[in-house]
Design a binder for this molecule. Sequence first.
Ligand code: ADP
Ligand code: MG
Length: 345
Amino acid sequence: MLLKSLAGLFSHDLAIDLGTANTLVYRRGDGLVCSEPSVVAVSDSGDGRGQRVLAVGHAAKEMLGRTPGSIRAIRPIKDGVIADFEVTEAMLRYFIARAHNRRIVARPRIVVCVPPCITSVEKRAVRESALSAGAREVFLIEEPMAAAIGAGLDVTAPAGNMVVDIGGGTTDVAVISLSGIVTSRSIRTGGDTMDEAIVNYVRRKYNMLIGERTAENVKLNIGSAWSQSESAAMEIKGRDLVAGIPKVVVTTTEEIRDALVEPLHAIIETVHLTLEKTPPELAADIVDRGIMLVGGGSLIQDLDQVLREETKLPIVRSEDPYTAVVHGAGEALDRISLLREVALA
Ligand code: ADP
Ligand code: MG
């Protein structure tokens, strides 16, 4: 106990998965210490001096769609890129303070996971945000690399591994070998796109408007990617677009699968296109090793079945798709030689 708390005093290095939907923080020696939505609520000061941060994380997500005029709930990471630097920095600062539990600690080393194909301008911005949020030293790791480490793949071996990360805003498909990303592809389709597709489907089919959080609930509860999944039904509430009053309808797994055809097709197509671009030796490795699925969006029921049918390859869902990225980055934090090998220059 004493040893552990002493270690806690000295090892305060952090790994941060800055996702479009959720931010997760791993503290060296303690594991996962924080997991909250990537949302910031700001109020415009009105005196032209910019915006004031009111809440971050869970508290800010509660405000999404429920704010009065002067307050905005912002998701600073959009489509896998930092859309708002100032707000991202405020968010990083909050998460770093949370991870340190308000203890006074020396400036930590921080590993931040970033989308693949990040530009050098974006890289510099993330580094500077982390430094000004209190980091002593910043390392950047590409999310698919971190996910592969977190899912237990040997990324340093001369063998091809394919990782498919379905997040909130994006899906990233990458082939990794010898500590580097050999080929990758990203699309702006992810769990959020599925929610929007459900909103649109319900509007067309039932003339009813539902909120995105309702759509997400439907997806989590009865959504499925596969035509042979067991069927379920669920009541959903929304506003009738003709009569203008609230109403309730019952939707089913089959309907939601129809609603999800387009986003699922886009994901499958991206896997195919990445496989086509993969050098033959690595493609041969993938035939044996299969494709690793990570990210919250990969939890949609029976997605692995569909991908198995479409690619005829072995499909493995990582044990904890939500935390694979942050755990991989945390492992790199523990093994500095690995970190130096996989970190971006
Ligand atoms: P990011 O890395 O972009 O922050 P996450 O990996 O945290 O994203 O995944 C968030 C997405 O996962 C959300 O769109 C959420 O609705 C979706 N998700 C979470 N659980 C499930 C589930 N059981 N079925 C389908 N989608 C899910
Ligand atoms: Mg992610």
